[in-house]
Design a protein around this ligand. Sequence first.
Ligand SMILES: Cc1cc2nc3c(=O)[nH]c(=O)nc-3n(C[C@H](O)[C@H](O)[C@H](O)COP(=O)(O)OP(=O)(O)OC[C@H]3O[C@@H](n4cnc5c(N)ncnc54)[C@H](O)[C@@H]3O)c2cc1C
Length: 402
Amino acid sequence: MGEAVDMGVRHAVVAGGGIGGLTAAVGLSRRGWRVTVCERASVLAGIGAGIVLAPNALRALDSIGLGPGLCAGDALPGQVGLRTPDGTWLSRSDDGAVAARYGLSPQAVHRGFLIDTLVAALPADVVRLGVSVTGVEDVGDTVTVRTSAGDLRADVVLAADGMRSVLRGQLFPAHRGLRHAGEAGWRAVLPGTGLPAQQAAETWGRGERFGVVPLTDGRIYVYATAVSVPGARPADHHEELTRRFGAWHDPIPALLDRLNQRNPAPVAILHHDFHELAAPLPRMHAGRVALLGDAAHAMTPNMGQGGCQAIEDAVVAAHLLAQADDVPAALAAYTRVRHTRTTRISRRSRRIGELARLSHPLAVSIRNLAVRATPQTLSLRALDTVLDWQPPSATVSVTEQR
Ligand SMILES: Cc1cc2nc3c(=O)[nH]c(=O)nc-3n(C[C@H](O)[C@H](O)[C@H](O)COP(=O)(O)OP(=O)(O)OC[C@H]3O[C@@H](n4cnc5c(N)ncnc54)[C@H](O)[C@@H]3O)c2cc1C
């Protein structure tokens, strides 16, 4: 891989062109860094699913100039809440309440749209497709990045190579890696045409959940989860979903029917086991290499915060690196600012999963009663520490202490 090096401009290599890696690339290139993103896939395409960008992530994206494009669509419409399989609402907050409290409404977008928006904000030569990062060697003043297309020299490496991060394994060989979270999930994006307007809701049964999220582009993102053992795969996803959820409240049966339609094109149903880091990393950096997003803190999807935290990480790392000449000091500050927050959110996400997948009827009744008895303001207030996050400005500096 030939490199034309401008001695005056600092160079960052980002391993992984997912949500976190591309956000970091935008943050750094807009601050004058030369950035190379190595992405092992040969095309950059968000997987066929939706993602909810919570107010904390929207603020982060706005701080690097990406707010207007991403907030152009409709916010999550109407009521957002939790239901039981017969349709009873356990909790319901209208979108106005979220916007009033946090100043922004969550946006549910297709992952492809998010990836396209990030790539469009980068200079044309930044992303190198079909290039895998295989290792790093910190040689003091710089770091050598080993890739499938040859070596690169960088001032800093951002390891955004996802939950199965090769670089995490290299930097923290004693870490236990991933553990299965006891569940698997399905995801799909449906055309919304001809269907009545949908309300965003998650429905909790016994060890099973079904979610409906209208996307800003008019499509409908649906997901479902079930208690599962590692590697279990139903023979037919649609049949399995219908067996589990076909008798649940409206509009779930109609959405399942649409999932099975082949016209205008068959709907792709994704199915994955859920994993999370078996334990927090001791820190989120080593020398001139920082980990971000799922590479640093793969968490369960129960809070919808994995991608949002990857975006926060990326924005904070770019801010701290731009402020300091001393890269290792900037990355040490990055660990100080990000480690506790992401560890707490991962833990909280796990606990929500434990509640959501209860299956004993008595435990489910008690859980549902407790959720119903919690006032809306209290449920919202409980999210303050997550959603009220502000992007760094003068408030986060390399010298900031935990
Ligand atoms: C069911 C489900 C629902 C979710 N819903 C939400 C939600 O609503 N909101 C939210 O915020 N989060 C959500 N998440 C979490 C979110 O998807 C992840 O946290 C997020 O995608 C992490 O981004 P990332 O950039 O760290 O990693 P990834 O998106 O995994 O990107 C990593 C990239 O690195 C590339 N790569 C890997 N290894 C290498 C290598 N060696 N060299 C070069 N490239 C490499 C990969 O090809 C990939 O493109 C959900 C997760 C699941 C499973």
